[in-house]
Design a protein around this ligand. Structure first.
Ligand SMILES: Cc1cc2nc3c(=O)[nH]c(=O)nc-3n(C[C@H](O)[C@H](O)[C@H](O)COP(=O)(O)OP(=O)(O)OC[C@H]3O[C@@H](n4cnc5c(N)ncnc54)[C@H](O)[C@@H]3O)c2cc1C
Length: 384
């Protein structure tokens, strides 16, 4: 009997756990996460700008995993010893050393908020429910001035910035026309770079133009102050309300596994999702060193590929399931509300997620939030 240890409790980890359950028999699956809840991040935007309640976008992992026969351990991964095949986990009361036969590293990205001076003090963020709740409150109290939303260098999450800018433009449409409110969207490079060359950026530019969102590119945020941000080249943008996505980094615990990461600490993987240079270790999701923006649907696909290959190894077959790294989404012909991008979370364009816990949850949220107009005529954009 083999033991598979999954580190993380997000999109990649849960998908992998489900896939392993469906493929393995008596083997043991243990999932370790520092949070006992799963958060459905794509629904944060409808929570901020719509009537959706933050409480319904997270669910308890422990009972969901127990029902599926997966053992859950609440704790934070501290270090990994790939030679001894052991992981050290700091639990609530003690530190555990857990042996594994196969390891899946799926702990997501780390936010490097402290790498930009003033970011933690003066900028809102939407990468946690608590942060998103504070941003929502600040928007509800805002009357006149400039709202700036943007990406720091190294933040691989352009979509919520675009969605926030468009939703703000909707919310303050009259004030923008009257010259009382300005909405600015700031990117460290070009929009094309933010979307890794996928052609969608042209739709966004046009939407920004029509709604009066001012697009500012090639602005690498260096310093954040209470009323302005400064770029590395000395440019200044003044703000009365600010939301920035902090730089992303890999996880420190992975560094303890040896030379398996790129310079930013993300796991180097091959197309089978195996971590290069170590045996029996896989990685999936935001923690992997893949080019371009990071998406939940990629994490799910990677989790599924990793699980299929782990199951193959356990059953003494050659791992052969390959991950294809593509950026794809379904976008409605017209902008239809805070959810600008659909990705198959909100409709059925990516029907390979049918039956997944997250897909089911997305559907439930979508139904509660209300049907998104325009879904009947989606266009599908994709780029390799
Ligand atoms: C506002 C917002 C909107 C988004 N919208 C979309 C969208 O519309 N479509 C889309 O495809 N993607 C979207 N994303 C991106 C998507 O949420 C991520 O790509 C996805 O969450 C990555 O999944 P993951 O499993 O790799 O990591 P995560 O979902 O971040 O999960 C990481 C897990 O690891 C656990 N963990 C972390 N560190 C440790 C540790 N040291 N020890 C133990 N456990 C640990 C965490 O508790 C968590 O359970 C959005 C993200 C945000 C923030």
């Amino acid at each position: 009997m083999a033991r598979v240890l999954i580190l993380g409790g997000g999109f990649a980890a849960i998908t992998a756990a489900q896939e392993l359950m469906s493929r393995l028999g008596d083997d043991e699956i243990i999932l370790v996460s520092k949070s006992s809840e799963f958060t459905f991040y794509p629904a944060i935007i409808p929570c901020i700008f719509g009537s959706l309640d933050f409480d319904i976008i997270r669910f308890d992992l422990v009972s969901m995993l127990a029902e599926r026969g997966v053992r859950f351990i609440h704790g934070e991964v501290e270090s990994i010893n790939t030679s001894a095949r052991k992981v050290s986990v700091a639990g609530d009361r003690m530190t555990y050393s857990i042996d594994y036969d196969y390891l899946l590293f799926a702990v997501g990205r780390r936010l490097e908020t402290s790498s930009v001076r003033g970011l933690a003090e003066y900028a809102h963020q939407l990468l946690s429910i608590e942060g998103a709740e504070r941003f929502k409150k600040a928007i509800s109290e805002f009357e006149t001035g400039t709202i700036v939303v943007g990406l720091c260098s190294g933040a691989s999450l352009p979509v919520p910035v675009c969605e926030s800018a468009l939703a703000l433009a909707d919310a303050f449409a009259d004030s923008i026309k009257a010259g009382k409110v300005r909405v600015k969207a700031v990117f460290p490079g070009s929009l094309q770079e933010a979307f890794a060359g996928a052609n969608l950026f042209r739709n966004i530019e046009e939407e920004f133009r029509q709604k009066g969102v001012e697009l500012i590119t090639d602005f690498e945020v260096d310093v954040v102050e209470s009323d302005r941000i400064k770029s590395r080249t000395g440019s200044v943008i003044e703000h009365d309300l600010l939301m920035l996505v902090p730089p992303f980094g890999g996880q420190l615990s992975l560094k303890s596994a040896g030379h398996v990461t790129d310079i930013s600490g993300f796991a180097n993987v091959n197309s089978l999702m195996q971590v290069e240079g170590v045996e029996h270790v896989y990685a999936a999701g935001d923690i992997t060193a893949m080019a371009g923006p990071k998406f939940g649907y990629m994490a799910m696909r990677q989790g599924r590929v990793a699980a299929a290959n782990i199951a193959a190894e356990i059953t003494e077959q050659e791992p052969a399931t390959v991950y294809q790294h593509t950026i794809e989404w379904a976008i409605s012909e017209r902008y239809t509300g805070p959810v600008f991008f659909h990705y198959g979370f909100w409709d059925e364009t990516l029907d390979d997620f049918e039956g997944d816990a997250m897909f089911g949850m997305a559907r439930k949220i979508r139904d509660r939030y209300g049907p998104i107009q325009g879904l009947e005529t989606p266009g599908l954009c994709s780029a390799a």
